[in-house]
Design a protein around this ligand. Structure first.
Ligand code: FES
Ligand code: FES
Length: 155
């Protein structure tokens, strides 16, 4: 069974017909070509597939594409504005918040959501918020530092 859905992705209107069992991550990556969002565990544990729906974090590997109907989805591709990286992206580059990069889109999107709520989070607040985003490479210290110092890049 298929359903016609309309939603916005990174500010652009999208309309497409999807099978009702199509996952949002597959819709983003394969139907819309937004391959920045990564798939790690596929079961809602690692956070690599994190995107925002109306500003709230969701696991796109657990979300059916039909649930995006009528909503605003933000992926990592939507964070830069006018060719300029988001402060949290600049900070990840400056302070070494990634190594292999597979977890990074999810980390960056989750960090953006945190900073939208709380522009100057403490280390404990960062650890608490980011507990759903796993990383096999960095040991987390540089990720935490990158998020904590992102304000240095805000205008
Ligand atoms: S791929 Fe979705 S939480 Fe791991
Ligand atoms: S940078 Fe490799 S998994 Fe996080």
């Amino acid at each position: 069974m298929k359903k016609n859905i309309k939603f916005r992705v990174n500010g652009k209107r999208v309309e497409l017909e999807v099978p009702t069992n199509r996952l949002l991550i597959d819709c983003l990556r394969y139907d819309l070509g937004l391959t920045g969002t990564k798939e790690g565990c596929s079961v809602g544990v690692c956070g690599a597939c994190t995107v925002l729906m109306d500003g709230d974090m969701i696991s796109s590997c657990l979300t059916l594409a039909v649930f995006a109907d009528g909503h605003e989805i933000t992926t990592v591709e939507g964070l830069a504005k006018n060719g300029e990286l988001h402060p949290v992206q600049k900070s990840f580059i400056q302070y070494g918040g990634f190594q292999c990069g597979i977890c990074t889109p999810g980390q960056v999107v989750a960090a953006k959501a945190l900073l939208d709520h709380n522009p100057r989070p403490t280390e404990e607040e960062i650890k608490d918020w980011m507990m759903g985003n796993l990383c096999r490479c960095t040991g987390y210290y540089k990720i935490i530092e990158s998020i904590q110092r992102a304000h240095e890049f805000a205008k």
